[in-house]
Design a protein around this ligand. Sequence first.
Ligand SMILES: [Zn+2]
Length: 191
Amino acid sequence: MLDWKGIVGIAYTPDEFDSYAHALTWTAWRPSFIVLHNTASPTLAQRPNGFTKQHILNLESFFRDKQKWKAGPHLFIDDKQIWAFTPMTMSGVHSPSWNKVSLGFEMLGDYDKDEFDSGRGLRVQKNAVAAVATMSAVLGLNPDSMKLHKEDHLTTHACPGKKVVKSKFIDKVKELLAERHGGEHLDPVSS
Ligand SMILES: [Zn+2]
């Protein structure tokens, strides 16, 4: 489709992603916050080895040819890697109220059912925390500005599942940012 924005289609480790993201230049568009999603379908069990390149190409075909959207979410994050999908320097399609102002990150799993604090779910969580920390640093975003898809009043999706607790996730992002910046506290610890 002519209007499709294309995909990056490259998998990064969290460290590689950090380097990749710091090298991006923001000319046309600059997102103001991050929206966190989970795929729900597929579940973790349906992707025993995470996403393959073919899965990512299938997702591209789904959004472009079936949904007939101009773009999709910006990242697909699994327990092994961070897949760059719609370029983060362009607006994506993932959350009706917030497409023009936010980045959309999809985590592999259905966290109504899949465990988020152990096993593969925890590894997905760690990669997602790393991606949010990186983009918060790159864009100068306060981690508290992050949103869950289900906070968008225009969506009917209970996304991500209830095992993803926003405050706990944001705390982990802040911890990682503090670690990466030599233990310097970016935000005072509130009582
Ligand atoms: Zn969602």
